[in-house]
Design a protein around this ligand. Structure first.
Ligand code: ATP
Length: 590
């Protein structure tokens, strides 16, 4: 397929707001692609060159892209002059570009309006190859080389292609759909409805690689070489490809939990970083034996040098384990607060950080061992398998647990954990399979002491949708309040609050900076907002913040149909994407 055709399809998708229309258009696109283009196209649509668990980044900042655009041939009359040294003086061009960027807030749109219209016969595969080559350039002088290569590419493509090339490089394609819509579209492409969606999703939960799944499915099922069952039955957990992590529901009382789930396993809820550990004694492609993936399926191996100890700690050749990594104090042996564990989240000086804040991995699940996946096995059996695997436990500790059907015991266990300074208990159905995401009543948390106060039992993770310019004293900051929303079915974001109080000046300024990087001129298509709440600046769904509130009340103004009373910002959740925000459904349990 010509890249220009692909880009035109993305442009159409960007302007569709109904989920059904998007699914149908995406299905049509999948069918038009050559099979070898399916995986690259799937990644490109997510603003990436590879699945999210591999990292191949462009390392090109907004500033560098503006520098690139200044080199591209345009019809913009600059009155360029030559400096004393014979170099072109591009300062007026740069100033014009920066002005346009400030006004539009989207470098993709700036690019589309800047490059000259060309007809290009570059194919999707050719552009993809060029982008991969660009991302691989490293070392001294690499930035200049990247700028040159990118400007050459932008010089020969049409404006819509240029727009999406720039957005892909920035990792923000702004299409407004996730991997789940892509699964719907795949099913739609093959059977004309969503009939295959559930099975496709089960496969995706085992290996979170949308490109590989799309290709496998379209290759074998669409060409009717095999039945859906045959194709997906081969799908299993694999060391080196992350499993979508299971997450918790919330319930308020231990009695409710027992009523709903029957016999349960209760474990301490550690307040650290979720780490899915993958181990292969014979080594992955790059020779390393361990990989670590975050809750958001990103590779975090570099953060945890202590994972190299795993090969001496286990009796297995390959493994996938689920754990919570948490810092501890070497002298007192006590676990450290979340903020200190988070000091590991850095790119450099990891070894020094690992000496300062050593990590323990509380391993609570085993998903795969020596070629066999365990997702369908009941949790009770997985716990036994987990116990068998470890020879020594120093850095790795198998999380302790109790089994009970007694709500009083369960409540006491939860309170004991809180008394120990942990986050309470995670409660899991004793015979449940391992299912990624928040489906079914398999994992549940009770976050605060039961009935501790009239305030909301848990915080919410909300999407920042835009902001209002400040009035009065706050006008000097240019931001006074944020408009935030929660997720409804069909990936719509509906408003639930305006948050202004309780924000310090410093916070306001840093939030404005974060928002300005993702501002857009029009309301993103997935937002549902009443006119009266239109903010001064819209932003793409990208920043997720954790908020506390006193109450949830009915609201005619907010499209979530409820509003938060006295919402307060707790922290910015850099570890969450907008699709991880609290859902309208979850609000009901609050
Ligand atoms: P929050 O971090 O605000 O609680 P969340 O959405 O990140 O919300 P939850 O669904 O509330 O996470 O809780 C699940 C998280 O708890 C897991 O992602 C994991 O990081 C952590 N955790 C700590 N101990 C355990 C445990 N024993 N079993 C499972 N998860 C645990």
């Amino acid at each position: 397929m010509l890249f220009s055709k692909f880009a035109t399809a993305l442009e159409e998708l960007e302007h569709l707001s109904s989920r059904i229309d998007m699914t149908e258009r995406l299905a049509q696109l999948f069918l038009e692609l050559d099979l070898v283009e399916v995986a690259p196209a799937s990644y490109l649509m997510q603003g990436s060159l590879v699945p999210s668990y591999q990292s191949l980044e462009f390392q090109l900042s907004t500033k560098m892209i503006l520098r690139t655009l200044a080199k591209v041939k345009t019809s913009f009359i600059t009155g360029q002059t030559t400096t004393l040294f014979g170099e072109e003086d591009t300062s007026s061009v740069q100033a014009e570009l920066e002005k346009r960027y400030k006004h539009m807030g989207d470098l993709g749109e700036v690019t589309a309006g800047w490059v000259q219209p060309h007809q290009s016969d570059l194919t999707l595969a050719q552009v993809y190859e060029k982008l991969v080559a660009l991302a691989h350039i490293s070392g001294t002088g690499s930035q200049d080389e990247k700028v040159l290569l990118l400007s050459q590419l932008l010089d020969v493509v049409d404006p819509i292609s240029a727009k999406f090339i720039v957005r892909i490089i920035l990792g923000k394609v702004r299409l407004g759909f996730s991997a789940m819509t892509m699964l719907d579209a795949l099913s739609w492409a093959v059977v004309g409805d969503k009939a295959h969606r559930t099975q496709l999703e089960l496969a995706y939960l085992k290996q979170a690689d949308i490109g590989f799944l799309a290709e496998t499915y379209l290759k074998d099922v669409a060409k009717s070489k095999s039945s859906l069952k045959d194709v997906l039955s081969e799908y299993s957990v694999k060391a080196g490809v992350p499993v979508v992590p299971a997450l918790c529901h919330r319930l308020n009382t231990s009695q409710e939990i027992i009523d709903k789930m029957g016999e349960v396993i209760a474990e301490p809820k550690y307040d650290g970083l979720r780490v899915q550990i993958h181990f292969k004694r014979s080594g992955f492609e790059d020779g390393s034996k361990v990989r670590a993936y975050t809750r958001n399926l990103e590779d975090a191996t570099h953060m945890f040098p202590e994972l190299n100890e795993l090969e001496h700690a286990v009796s297995a050749d390959s493994l996938v384990l689920d754990s919570e990594a948490i810092g501890y104090d070497n002298e007192s042996g006590e676990l450290l607060p979340f903020q200190e564990t988070m000091t590991r989240k850095r790119k450099h000086n990891i070894v020094a950080a690992s000496e300062k804040v050593p990590i323990r991995f509380f391993v609570f699940d085993i998903l795969f061992r020596d070629g066999v996946g365990f997702l369908e096995k009941p949790l009770r059996e997985r716990k036994d398998l987990l116990e068998e695997v470890f020879n020594t436990k120093s850095t790795f500790i198998v999380a302790p647990f109790v089994i009970t059907k007694d709500s009083v015991l369960l409540r006491e266990y939860h309170e004991d954990q809180l008394a120990k300074g942990l986050e309470g208990a995670v409660i899991k159905k004793v015979d449940s399979d391992y299912q990624g995401g928040r489906k079914g009543w398999k994992w549940v948390k009770i976050k605060e002491e039961e009935g501790a106060s009239g305030k909301l039992k848990d915080t919410l993770d909300v999407v920042v949708m835009g902001y209002y310019a400040g009035r009065g004293k706050r006008s000097q900051f240019g931001i006074g309040a944020l408009l935030v929303g929660v997720l409804d079915s069909d990936e719509q974001v509906k408003t639930i609050a305006k948050i202004g109080t309780g924000l310090t000046e410093k916070r306001l300024v840093s939030l404005k900076e974060a928002c300005d990087k993702i501002r857009v001129s029009e309301m993103p298509t997935m937002y549902v907002v009443a006119d009266a709440l239109t903010p001064d600046v819209w932003v793409q769904p990208d920043v997720v913040i954790e908020v506390a509130a006193d109450e949830i009340t009915r609201s005619p103004n907010h499209t979530a149909k409820v509003a938060l009373r006295f919402p307060r910002l707790i922290t910015v959740r850099t570890d969450k994407s907008w699709q991880d925000a609290t859902t309208v459904e979850e609000l009901k349990s609050l």
